[in-house]
Each structure stands twice: as structure tokens, then as C-alpha cells.
Design a protein around this ligand. Structure first.
Ligand code: ZN
Ligand code: FE
Length: 255
């Protein structure tokens, strides 16, 4: 199975899985990069997975339907282009012979879902939309810090080698923020240099892995003493993980 990050808009990725003949895409905000890839690689489109309702994740769905020979899957509790197969936590999706479990990850939007590959060891796939970014997390447009903390905790508990397929190339700016939160985190500093080199060559910094994110992503590290102290210095309302996450998110919003 091949995994491609198709660049879209200024900093989105549309993830495409294909086996040389059949493809599925995740969060096609724009149809054009998907149609280009289908034509270039002579692929048939067998499914679309959507994580949440925002236009930069759904805007290409209707234009892709004429090429689609399978379902559009999306979150049951959000309005995405109809018709689609509505999914809730615990549902299972089969595409291209792969199995994904649906996990509710509210916070960025109220009904946001993530797709977690099942039965894949090593290096299962996670499609997490705008919930978990490398070294960051999505803005809290429709959810609370407590919801985001619970959502990120679910993702952070996945196998360390899980490949994290986020929908935006925000890694360098997130790492700049993370380095401010944890100036003494050497893993973070090393990874930042690595990502700067990748971006200088025009390469994606993704997919990341859960194990790496647990070491560099401040939003997954809300109980680390250095992160708690940094959040306290920014006026966190207490030392609970939710208070720390809330303070980090506010700080990042104005960073
Ligand atoms: Zn979004
Ligand atoms: Fe987005």
C-alpha cells in the first residue's frame, strides 16, 4: 500500500492511499490535486474519508463523486456534503482491504472523528484531521480544553509507531512554539533541525509518529513538569492537565 501526501491550498495535505490500481483519499478540500494524482497514476477512486466539516477538508467531495466508485464516510454529528455514510465512535470502515476504527475526537469541531488503522503492526495509520498536528493541536473552534485533552489523550495512547497523518503542514511554526515551552527538550531541538532541513528541500515533515509526538508535542505533555511550569508562567488556572492545555492553547493563539 502506498501513502501519498497531496499538497493542497497553502498548507493542507490530502492523504491518498493506493495499491497501484485503487485509491482512497482523506479530507479532499480540493478536487484538483486528487484528480491529477488519479490520472497521473491511473488509479480508480474507491472511497473518501472525511474527519470534520470544514471546507478545506470537504470542498472537493462533490466534484470527486463522478469518479468515485465507493462511499463517502464522515462524522455522523457534522454537516458534510451528502450523501455520506455517517460514522460514530467504535464504527469500523473497510477500504482497500484495510480496516480503520472510528474514534471521536471533539475539540477543534464538535463532531470531529479520527480513523485508526486496525490490525497493522508495525506502523498503523492514523488520520487525525485538525485534532493532532506535529508538535501542536487544532484550534478550539467548537470544543473545550477538556474535550481536546481527552481527544489528544486517546490519540497519544496509540502504539508508538503509529504513523500520524495530519492535514496541515504547520510543523515548523508549531516547533517554534514548542521550543519556547520547552527550551531544554533536546529531542525537540533535534527534530526541529531535521524538519527545517526537510522544508528547505520542499519535503513534508509528515507523517509523524505517536512516539515522537509524545516526546515533542507540548499538548501531549501537559503533565511534564517543564510544560506545567511554562503554562503556569502564562497564567494557567491551576496545574491540572486541562488547565495546562487551556493555557498552552491560548498562548499559542497569540504566539
Ligand atoms: Zn479544520
Ligand atoms: Fe483544516
Amino acid at each position: 500500500m502506498n501513502l501519498l501526501a497531496l499538497p493542497a491550498f497553502a498548507d493542507n495535505y490530502i492523504w491518498m492511499l493506493h495499491d497501484g490500481a485503487r485509491a482512497v483519499v482523506v479530507d479532499p478540500g480540493d478536487a484538483a490535486p486528487v484528480l491529477d494524482a488519479l490520472d497521473r497514476l491511473s488509479l480508480q477512486l474507491f472511497g473518501i474519508l472525511v474527519t470534520h466539516h470544514h471546507g478545506d477538508h470537504t470542498g472537493g467531495v462533490d466534484r470527486l463523486r463522478r469518479r468515485l466508485q465507493g462511499p463517502v464516510y464522515g462524522p455522523a454529528r457534522e454537516r458534510i456534503p451528502s450523501p455520506f455514510t455517517p460514522l460514530n465512535e467504535g464504527d469500523v470502515v473497510q477500504v482497500l482491504g484495510l480496516t480503520f476504527a472510528v474514534v471521536d475526537v471533539p475539540g477543534h469541531t464538535a463532531g470531529h472523528i479520527a480513523y485508526v488503522q486496525q490490525g497493522a503492526a508495525p506502523e498503523g495509520l492514523l488520520f487525525c484531521g485538525d485534532t493532532l498536528f506535529s508538535a501542536g493541536c487544532g484550534r478550539l473552534f467548537e470544543g473545550t480544553p477538556a474535550q481536546m485533552h481527552q481527544s489528544l489523550s486517546k490519540l497519544g495512547a496509540l502504539a508508538a509507531d503509529t504513523r500520524v497523518c495530519c492535514t496541515h503542514e504547520y510543523t515548523l511554526s508549531n516547533l517554534r512554539f514548542a521550543a519556547n515551552v520547552e527550551p531544554d527538550n533536546t529531542v525537540l531541538a533535534r527534530h526541529r533541525a531535521h524538519c527545517e532541513a526537510l522544508r528547505a528541500q520542499g519535503l513534508p515533515t509528515l507523517p509523524s509518529s505517536i512516539g515522537l509526538e509524545c516526546m515533542i508535542n507540548p499538548f501531549l505533555r501537559c503533565t511534564e513538569p517543564a510544560v506545567v511550569a511554562a503554562a503556569q508562567a502564562q497564567g494557567a488556572a491551576g496545574t491540572s492537565p486541562v488547565a495546562v492545555l487551556a493555557a498552552l492553547r491560548e498562548w499559542k493563539n497569540r504566539f
